[in-house]
Design a binder for this molecule. Structure first.
Ligand code: 6GU
Length: 236
């Protein structure tokens, strides 16, 4: 998979992709991540990437031209309905479809090429959504000052699902949400820590019993903290 990130703050991404699974996946050639500075495509005298909103109001709006030029540069001037290799052009915005594990899985399974635009300021000129973007995605119901943290979240969630990125395939299948409920609680050494004991069942080596205990604990906590996930599972 190749992921291009478009931003007015390229330095934001200087080191975030240099750790752990993402670093290994990059080194193994499983994913290629490239960051493009939108400002490099702002050709007016002051290299402006934003301007005041028509109709008035607070804040600044990202101008369409630098974003169009940057995406066209990356995709070879293709029209939206003829993007090469069916690239997706994603705008990260609080007004998008909410990211969840099924959407991450769908993108990881289907897509070879993603261009991710990080929205900033009070918004992005609507013509970017109309004529350039294939998908608008939000990472949750809260407001960030820009799409950059969301791009890191999306890239991380995607990359760990790419074949061979995890090394141990089983752990992605066992993840929280891959079955629509939380992961089970984990314990490691020492057996007693500050008076807290590791649950007896985990020490016994009875795998069926351990499996049943883990499932019950996962369900119990999901029910307590995220009843909506249980209700959703019951619908399906
Ligand atoms: Cl993708 N962008 C911004 N600015 N805020 C958000 C978001 C994205 N997702 C949730 N909140």
């Amino acid at each position: 998979m190749r992921i291009d990130i478009l931003t007015i703050f390229p330095e934001y991404f200087n080191e975030v992709f240099d750790f752990g699974i993402i670093r290994r996946a990059r080194e193994a050639g499983i994913v290629e991540i490239a960051v493009t500075d939108i400002r490099d495509f702002a050709h007016d005298k002051h290299r402006k990437t934003d301007d005041r909103p028509f109709g008035g109001g607070e804040g600044m709006v990202m101008k369409p031209e630098p974003i169009f030029l940057a995406v066209e540069h990356l995709l070879g001037t293709a029209e939206k309905d003829e993007y090469p290799e069916d690239a997706k052009v994603i705008l990260l915005t609080p007004q998008g479809r909410k990211l969840d594990q099924p959407l991450v899985k769908e993108l990881a399974d289907k897509e070879e090429r993603l261009v991710i635009i990080c929205g900033r300021y009070e918004g992005v000129d609507e013509r970017v959504s109309e004529a350039l973007v294939t998908d608008e995605i939000s990472i949750g119901d809260y407001v960030l000052s820009g799409g950059e943290p969301a791009a890191v979240v999306l890239a991380d969630a995607l990359i760990r699902l790419l074949p061979e990125a995890l090394g141990n395939e089983a752990s992605a299948e066992r993840d929280t949400f891959s079955e629509g409920i939380f992961d089970f609680p984990n314990y490691t050494q020492p057996r007693e820590f500050r008076g807290m004991e590791v649950p007896e069942v985990l020490l016994g080596g009875n795998h069926a019993e351990i499996e049943a205990w883990r499932r019950e604990k996962a369900l119990e906590k999901t029910r307590r903290v995220r009843k909506d996930l249980i209700d959703k599972g019951a619908d399906e």
